[in-house]
Design a protein around this ligand. Structure first.
Ligand SMILES: NC(=O)c1ccc[n+]([C@@H]2O[C@H](COP(=O)([O-])OP(=O)(O)OC[C@H]3O[C@@H](n4cnc5c(N)ncnc54)[C@H](OP(=O)(O)O)[C@@H]3O)[C@@H](O)[C@H]2O)c1
Length: 339
């Protein structure tokens, strides 16, 4: 029997919007993870909404605007029910898929927001994130420009992705930050040292991206070189290739054990763990697993109702410390790389 239960809701930070406790990552529908079926992706968006998912995550960098364009009919059809989250700061020069250009300066932000509003076909972006930090621009200056966008009605709430605790504090002093979006999963826990405590103290929510370890924790692939198509972004990530991938696959054993005990999937245990970090750390946590399949949205949202005991959490505790290989080839691209 299909479970049509809607997920619970939570406020995204002290001053942020209310959203479902799990969002939907839409990146893979247009970018990074190989070919997609547009019809199935659209069905995924609709199924997510039926199940209470309201936070939809995109960025101008996902397919150079393609992902925002793809989502705009869905957002238009459900404007009052969805929280539209997009990002600026990152671009990939045409023909150079492994290069990233990062900009946080005022003229760049001004043109980026106008372009996103146009592609999304909305009057206001509900949550506008700085996608990556350009260390050549003081973060206070960047957030001051983002705050002007709020005053002008182009943006409702502000977010930051992959910032350090110090960057978050400096930004929050200029304008309230609703959410930090950073990688957080059983394989990637570096933000727990400084970023998460700072977010809790400031009343900022955490939006964990890649909560399924880009699919690896759900067992959707074992080795990026062998299982994924040419051009798939995960083939550039050290932990998913060669000997690292084989070593990391062995780390799934305790997750599998708990999945068997609960009669659920590997991915559901991985998501339940992320979801439960809200209680562990005492702040709102809204993971945004990415999928292009309605059945997986059903599976992923059902994970919000799984409770892990302290003993079960303990069994999963050693995993992250044993992962072989970094999460990005260039770690300066992340908050941990700058801490
Ligand atoms: N701020 C940033 O820098 C940043 C970086 C990366 C991602 N993001 C955002 O975070 C979102 C989520 O991250 P992500 O997509 O990188 O990683 P993820 O959510 O950890 O994993 C997505 C992968 O897992 C697969 N998957 C999803 N549900 C599954 C299930 N129940 N069973 C088996 N496989 C499953 C998906 O395949 P199918 O699609 O084929 O179902 C996809 O390949 C993105 O969509 C994007 O919006 C942000």
């Amino acid at each position: 029997m299909t479970d049509n239960s809607r997920i619970a809701t939570v406020q995204l930070g002290d001053k942020g919007p209310e959203t479902g406790v799990q969002g939907l990552g839409c990146m893979g529908m247009s970018f990074a993870y190989g070919p997609s079926d547009a019809k199935e992706s659209r069905a995924t968006l609709e199924r997510a909404l039926e199940l209470g998912v309201t936070l939809y995550d995109t960025a101008d960098a996902y397919g150079a605007g393609e992902n925002e364009l793809f989502l705009s009919p869905f957002f238009r059809a459900h404007r009052d029910e969805v929280v539209v989250a997009t990002k600026f700061a990152l671009s990939i020069p045409p023909g150079e898929p492994t290069r990233r250009v990062i900009r946080n300066d005022a003229p760049y932000i001004r043109q980026a927001v106008e372009a996103s509003l146009k592609r999304l076909d909305v009057e206001t972006i509900d949550l506008y994130y700085m996608h990556r930090r350009d260390v050549n621009v003081p973060i206070e200056d960047t957030v001051a420009v983002m705050a002007e966008l709020v005053r002008e009605g182009k943006v409702k709430h502000l977010g930051l992705s992959e910032v350090t605790a110090a960057e978050l504090r400096a930004a929050h002093a200029v304008h309230p930050i609703a959410a930090v979006q950073s990688e957080w999963s059983l394989f990637s826990r570096d933000i727990e040292a400084q970023v998460v405590p700072a977010a809790r103290e400031l009343g900022v929510a955490l939006v964990p991206y890649s909560p399924l370890g880009r699919g690896f924790l759900a067992g959707s692939f074992g080795s990026a070189d062998k299982d994924l198509t040419e051009g798939d972004f995960r083939r550039q990530q050290p932990r998913f290739t060669g000997e690292n991938a084989a070593a990391n696959a062995a780390l799934l054993a305790p997750i599998r054990k708990l999945a068997d005990a609960h009669g659920v999937s590997l991915g559901q245990i991985a998501l339940a763990w992320v979801q439960q970090q809200a209680k562990v750390h005492g702040l709102p946590v809204v993971p945004i697993p990415g999928t292009r399949r309605p059945s997986r949205v059903e599976e992923n949202t059902a994970a919000t109702r799984i409770e892990l005991t302290a003993e079960e959490l303990g069994l999963l505790e050693p995993i992250a410390g044993q992962v072989a290989g970094d999460r990005y080839a260039d770690m300066t691209f992340t908050s941990a790389g700058r801490e």
